[in-house]
Design a protein around this ligand. Structure first.
Ligand SMILES: [Zn+2]
Length: 482
């Protein structure tokens, strides 16, 4: 067991451990000793569920199955987009703005235009279907808590995302998108107050929804004017929520910004009072010396997405500089359209490998360091009670199967190194989310996986046919001609 607990020390390991949960919280974590386990069993009513027990008949510690795996807290993904789940392998080998136009915005435009026909065909909203697939992708890779940046047309479809989350039994923070310039005119928030009213409505509607938080998530600095951003930040302060945005992802867009305003995106954000410890930005690949100083001074957190940054050729952020200046940062996947999957272990590995190679220094970004940046650190950034196996924390637990050839041999002294360097990222055999077993020996307990996958396959084929007939709008971001 790798508890990542501050009480025990983050590098502590428990060989032969057990975890007892009650409701949606962890109650006990410790070493498996038959006497104390017998006591737990005799003190429990018949509602004691033992993970991995086939017949459920547990009368003594002898009946408890030993799972050959490592238990970890569920992974925490601090930046992703659930609407990209059917976009694997669309518009590849192109830069960010072209990819946004030809993959993401073309697809969401397709859902928008064909919504009625698709709903009829699938017997449910195609948005719901897309979001449910994204929740499956997360669980398959051990992610139990996620920030879902709900950009472009998706800002109109928050209820479908809430429903998908309810069915997947995960935890999500929904950063609701907005934009009032440099984007598809069909979704511009004009006047800007419609974006604020949308926040009011959604916040009120889902106040009592378990496992969902609503925060503002303006898409990009280039697509949101200063007045809109100021109002959204004030809204976040008034509602005591965080705020999230993409920042300094692509070099050309960052450069345009500097030319237009004489300021970098971070300097611009600082000038309108947007940055503080409740703001966290996605990417932040391109940084000036002053940007780094502002991020450190304002305690703004960054979410690094190495899979998307390398595939889209955006570059990689200076993580070692972030570390030396105590700029908090997490490692995440981004949406499946750019990262191509939600393999967060792979993201952690790439982040470490890149920095080691770039700086020609193998001691940088250890396996332990990057593991913390997909668990306890993003949990702190997002202000969740997750990311660690500690009594009182949320019962979000995963088991990584150690019986597979690529993870054999594993010992407790090298288990974290093996997870980061040798795992494929999908050896997650059990997932407990909010105290409920949602994946049992690789099988989804509540979701009919085959039906969802075949419907997503069909949806993707319909989009492919649509793409052949309709050229993508060139509406996103800043182009040479502008
Ligand atoms: Zn993103």
């Amino acid at each position: 067991m790798v508890p990542l607990s501050d009480a025990l020390g983050r590098e502590s390991r428990i060989e032969d451990g057990y975890i007892l949960t009650e409701g949606n919280l962890i109650k006990e974590v410790g070493k498996f000793k038959p006497d104390s386990i017998d006591e737990i069993i005799s003190n429990s009513n018949t509602d004691l569920i033992v993970i991995g027990a086939t017949d459920g008949q547990i009368t003594s510690s002898n009946d408890v199955p030993q799972i050959n795996g490592v238990a970890l807290p569920g992974f925490v993904k601090a930046h992703g987009h659930d609407h990209e789940s059917p976009l694997i392998g669309i518009a590849k080998d192109v830069p960010l703005t072209t990819w946004l136009d030809e993959a993401v915005n073309h697809f969401t435009g397709f859902l928008h235009e064909e919504e009625e026909a698709l709903t009829k065909k699938f017997g449910q909203s195609p948005y719901y279907l897309t979001y449910l697939k994204a929740r499956i992708d997360d669980l398959q890779h051990g992610i139990t808590t996620a920030l879902v940046h709900h950009c472009n047309f998706n800002k109109y479809h928050v209820p479908e995302l809430v429903e998908a989350n309810r069915d997947a039994k995960t935890k999500i923070t929904i950063a609701v998108g907005s934009q009032d310039r440099h984007y598809d005119p069909r979704i511009l928030d004009k006047p800007a107050k419609v974006a604020i009213e949308r926040m009011d409505t959604l916040f009120e509607k889902f106040t009592n929804e378990p496992n969902v938080r609503i925060i503002p998530g303006p898409d990009q600095f280039f697509s949101n004017g200063p007045e809109l951003l100021k109002h959204l930040k004030i809204w976040a302060n008034n509602h005591q929520t965080m705020i999230h945005i993409h920042s300094s992802e692509e070099f050309a867009t960052t450069q345009w910004f500097t030319k237009e305003y004489g300021l970098t995106p971070i300097e611009y954000a600082q000038s309108i009072g947007f940055l503080d410890e409740n703001t966290f930005v996605g990417h932040q690949v391109h940084n000036s010396e002053n940007d780094l100083q502002i991020l450190a001074e304002t305690n703004t957190a960054v979410v690094h997405n190495p899979l998307a940054n390398t595939i889209l050729g955006s570059g990689m952020p200076p993580l070692i500089e972030f570390k030396s200046r105590n700029i908090p940062f997490a490692i995440s996947t981004d949406g499946s359209g750019s990262a191509d999957n939600q393999n967060i272990i792979n993201a952690a590995r790439l982040a470490a490998q890149y920095q080691k190679a770039f700086h020609k220094n193998a001691t940088l970004m250890t396996a332990q360091d990057v593991l913390e940046r997909i668990t306890i650190i993003p949990s702190q950034i997002l202000n969740y009670n997750t990311g660690s196996l500690t009594p009182g924390k949320s019962a979000d637990i995963i088991v990584v199967d150690l019986s597979v050839p690529n993870l054999t041999p594993t010992r407790s002294d090298n288990v974290v190194e093996n997870l980061i360097w040798a795992a494929n990222g999908n050896e997650i055999s059990y997932v407990i989310s909010n105290g409920e077993e949602v994946v049992n020996n690789y099988k989804f307990v509540y979701i009919d996986l085959n039906t969802v996958l075949s419907q997503i396959q069909e949806l993707s084929e319909l989009f492919y046919a649509y793409k052949k007939q309709k050229t993508a709008r060139k509406a996103t971001g800043i182009r040479e001609s502008e």
